[in-house]
Write a protein that binds this ligand. Structure first.
Ligand SMILES: Nc1nc2c(ncn2[C@@H]2O[C@H](COP(=O)(O)OP(=O)(O)O)[C@@H](O)[C@H]2O)c(=O)[nH]1
Ligand SMILES: [Mg+2]
Length: 554
């Protein structure tokens, strides 16, 4: 007599469904309509709804967040339906208490609800009791539902199903492995660095796509949970897709999702202030947008955030150093790059890696030792220069060392040394001058002024800010203050600010790649190089999608 009966979680996971014999029409449409026009709009007053020729009755179980829906032909007067839904609800809750108590979509997916026999038994009872109207005889205790319920609950609630529990655990672990991505740290051997740099590489497990897909299936109430595509429910998901309603997004809908996203970004090392700004802008972008489906508040927000992140990381301006060096060469002048940043971030080391890359591409390099401050800074560069020359011996280059060091010891004026080095490079026809500078804290005004002067006087082609991928909130402070100092002390109307970023120690941060976002967001400048280790080969370009992928991963 019933057309269908379905039990689904408020999270949208269909736990069990029944279709009456001889019923061929899909009940997805009516259920969809019920969700859209009643449940979603919180107009669930009288628990019944009609859709075309069907009557639908439903019951919400707020404790376990379940929805029970029964559908039957309107022309039928089924007096037992209300009581029947109650009975099914109680029975179902009782029988699957253990599974339902394990909160979360994953637990539901891992549970198997073989409810068919119980359902049929309840239905038979309900139908019979309605037939036997009039002077209804009292059921014996044994025949009553109550007796079965108690017995069943006593059997089932203790201990649960061990095998099933273990299965659940295993799946959780698999999922954990599935969603963990790790950075591939490149080998230590030197290899050729000719041409453009490789992009930063990520290794992700094969299930990644499935996980991405799965997120699509998470509904409003379950925004934090991810469920694997191939769950125990297989084909039922097909129907789930239809269990949706359209609704325009409000701040309220998005707030819980955005809060989670913000925390997630901060946990990935994005500066807090920037994480908030990003989430606000995503909210603005999406507010009022009509959602195609009920299932996608979380995934819509996630998608929009992902797009913004890629947008931020994608360079607005293409930095093609090899091409620019060639152009400078054609103008018979050296291409000058200045490196700046706080102490110990890897300025000198990455300058040496960049020298190696340029040399591999056939250019000659002059390193200007303008860190005249830190003991050992000049010697560190001299060591690099020797090593690089031994990798590319002068005899291979017409007897001329391919890399030279221009140094004037310690304590001298860095701006002056840079100027002399550039003049020397022009005379000696070096292709590139790399200017190493002393590390300085962004709050040290005299040193910041000196840096601004060095840059203003020498007008390098590229000013690279070197920053560690390890920094969180500090990244913003550093960059804002470096740029501010360059602007304040530039002595020109059009001050030279930071043109690009070298993001170092990327090999040490696992998937906490947030600094990349903070730095590009705050400067609007591209990450030109990524340092991924301590050998000359450990230099990469940024792969925006891979970084965003790592950032969005749980
Ligand atoms: N793991 C790792 N260490 C790096 C990287 N870049 C630099 N370092 C290390 O960071 C430390 C400081 O580097 P240095 O170039 O002297 O920093 P500077 O003070 O900014 O010139 C050194 O021990 C480097 O070997 C990198 O990309 N990955
Ligand atoms: Mg240094």
């Amino acid at each position: 007599m019933l057309d269908f009966f379905t039990i689904f979680s408020k999270g949208g996971i269909v736990l069990w469904c029944f279709q009456g014999t001889g019923v061929t029409e899909s009940f997805t449409g009516p259920v969809n309509a019920l969700i859209r026009s009643v449940i979603l709009q919180e107009r669930s007053g009288n628990n019944s709804y009609s859709h075309d020729a069907l009557s639908l009755k439903y019951k919400l179980d707020n404790e376990f967040e379940l929805v029970f829906v029964v559908g039957f032909q309107k022309i039928l007067t089924l007096t037992y339906v209300d009581k029947f839904i109650d009975d099914v609800q109680l029975h179902f809750r009782d029988r699957y208490k253990n599974e339902l108590e394990q909160k979360g979509a994953l637990a539901l997916l891992n549970s198997h609800f073989a409810f068919e026999d119980d359902f049929k038994m309840l239905l038979r009872e309900a139908e019979e009791s309605s037939k036997a109207r009039g002077p209804t005889s009292m059921r014996s205790f044994n025949a009553s539902l109550k007796s079965q319920k108690t017995v069943k609950s006593m059997i089932e609630t203790k201990g649960g199903d061990k095998g099933k529990e273990q299965g659940g655990k295993k799946n959780k672990n698999e999922l954990h492995i599935l969603i963990k991505s790790c950075l591939v740290v490149q080998g230590m051997q030197l290899s050729s660095m000719k041409g453009d740099l490789l992009a930063v590489d990520y290794e992700s497990s094969e299930g990644e796509e499935e996980e991405e897909d799965a997120v699509e299936r998470v509904v409003v109430a379950d925004t934090s949970k991810k469920i694997p595509k191939k769950g125990a429910f297989g084909g039922m998901f097909g129907m789930l897709k239809g269990l949706v309603g359209s609704k325009s997004l409000s701040q309220e809908d998005m707030e819980p999702v955005l809060d989670k996203m913000r925390d997630h970004l901060i946990a990935k090392n994005v500066a807090a202030e920037i994480a908030s700004q990003l989430c606000d802008s995503v909210a603005k972008k999406l507010e009022g947008k009509v959602m195609g489906t009920f299932t996608t508040v979380a995934s819509t927000v996630k998608g929009a955030l992902q797009d913004s992140l890629v947008q931020i990381l994608q360079p607005k301006r293409r930095v093609d150093i090899l091409r620019d060096v060639l152009e400078a060469r054609s103008q018979r002048r050296p291409f000058v790059i200045t490196f700046c940043g706080v102490n110990g971030v890897g300025k000198s080391t990455n300058l040496a890696k960049i020298s190696f890359w340029l040399i591999e591409n056939g250019f000659t390099v002059l390193i200007a030792a303008c860190d005249t401050f830190r003991a050992g800074a000049v010697e560190q560069l001299r060591t690099h220069q020797r090593r690089l020359n031994s990798l590319h011996p002068p005899q291979d280059h017409g007897g001329r060392p391919i890399v030279q060091l221009y140094e004037k010891g310690y304590g001298k004026d860095a701006a002056g040394i840079a100027m002399e080095a550039i003049a020397y490079a022009r005379n000696q026809a070096f292709d590139v001058v790399l200017v190493d500078t002393a590390g300085r804290m962004q709050d040290n005004t005299p040193l910041m002024t000196a840096l601004a002067k060095l840059i203003a006087v020498n007008m390098p082609d590229l000013v690279l800010f070197v920053g560690e991928a390890l920094v969180g909130n500090e990244a913003v402070d550093q960059l804002v203050k470096f740029n501010q100092a360059l602007a304040d002390h530039s002595m020109s109307d059009k001050p030279r600010l930071i043109d690009g970023i070298v993001l170092t120690k990327f090999d040490t941060i696992d998937d906490k790649v947030g600094a990349a976002i903070s730095m590009t967001y705050i400067t609007g400048q591209p990450i030109v190089f990524v340092g991924t280790g301590q050998t000359y080969n450990d230099l990469r370009s940024l792969n925006a999608r891979a970084v965003v992928g790592a950032l969005m991963k749980a």
